[in-house]
Design a protein around this ligand. Sequence first.
Ligand SMILES: O=C(O)[C@@H](CO)OP(=O)(O)O
Ligand SMILES: [Mg+2]
Length: 400
Amino acid sequence: MTLITEVGLRRVLDSRGNPTVEADVHTESGGFGRAKAPSGASTGEHEAIELPVSEAIANAREQAVPRLVGEVYAGDQRSVDAALHAADGTDDFSGIGANAAVAISMAAAKAAADVLGAPLFQHLGGTFRGDELPTPLGNVLGGGEHAADATDIQEFLVAPVGAPSVEDAVFANAAAHAAVADILEERGHACGKGDEGAWAPSVSDAEAFEIVEGAVDAVEEEVGFEMRFGLDVAAAELYDGDEGVYQYIDGDRSRDEQIEYVAELIEEYDLVYVEDPLDEEDFAGFAELTDRISTDTLICGDDLFVTSVDRLEEGIEQGAANSILIKPNQIGTLSDTVDAIELATESGYDAVVSHRSGETEDTTIAHLATATSAPFIKTGAVGGERTAKLNELIRIEHNV
Ligand SMILES: O=C(O)[C@@H](CO)OP(=O)(O)O
Ligand SMILES: [Mg+2]
């Protein structure tokens, strides 16, 4: 093992043009790792705290760097992450910022992999990992907090479940993204893209379902393997806690109506995946919906679980959802992230490793999904910060 000798922190750009934290970790034997923090727009109430970048960098330099340099081995991820927690001193990373913490945590893992001369997924998951690669969920149309004047449902996600390889899956998703554009043009809906590169037309959710279904059918015929689709409802953003209703452009839905609506959508469109169908505090509602639908559909908690072992434990106890979205910056370190994935897997919950709407060219999540044999990865369909991860998965598949 090799000691950390230097940690560099700087402000760099993310895909929305906002500043984010980049960390460099150097080790005694010449290992080097660099990682960047992503950033959410539809963030969960219980996520670890992202500090303004200059504050996160200043606090991490003062509190965390002295606990790492000359003190901790880069390959000892638990100690790296324990040092970050100790430096922070809070339970939500509001001391040094989850953005600084996650960048350092991931950069240390990359430095350790560099020392080994192994790909990051192998350092994180072991030598027998890398054969089972995740199916990419591709965001092809959406709105919510990711685009103004578009759909209420945040993300329509295509899922090439029958693809024989990651490479085929990635290209099928890109084809679906293009097919959505063709249908939008035919219907006269000129539009731009949202934060994750998905088309953001000013259409009703009902019309969006028709468009995405048409695109999925067309691509399925072209590629000759099964394509399905799913959603990130991001329902916490639609929920009005005072009124106790979900506010859609076409009217309000009560909690019961929301459960009914989502269950009907699953049935009608044979949805393979539904993320955050209910408000982030409604464990019981998640349980009710999960109970109602077939096990073939993943009901995934994002804002519900925020990659937290504590919240996942609560969900397991109540039978809420059958899948967890995994975002390292929601919890702040790789150790906490892997703990959540392992608890999920042991408990029969599928882990879906995810990007954020604000991203960079960092590819750590492609390796994390591979290392943990996650069945799905959600990382967009097109756009440089999205293709960075997708192309990395293709490289992992090709063993290069
Ligand atoms: O809600 C989500 O799942 C994510 C990523 O798609 O969005 P954000 O990063 O804005 O929270
Ligand atoms: Mg989400």
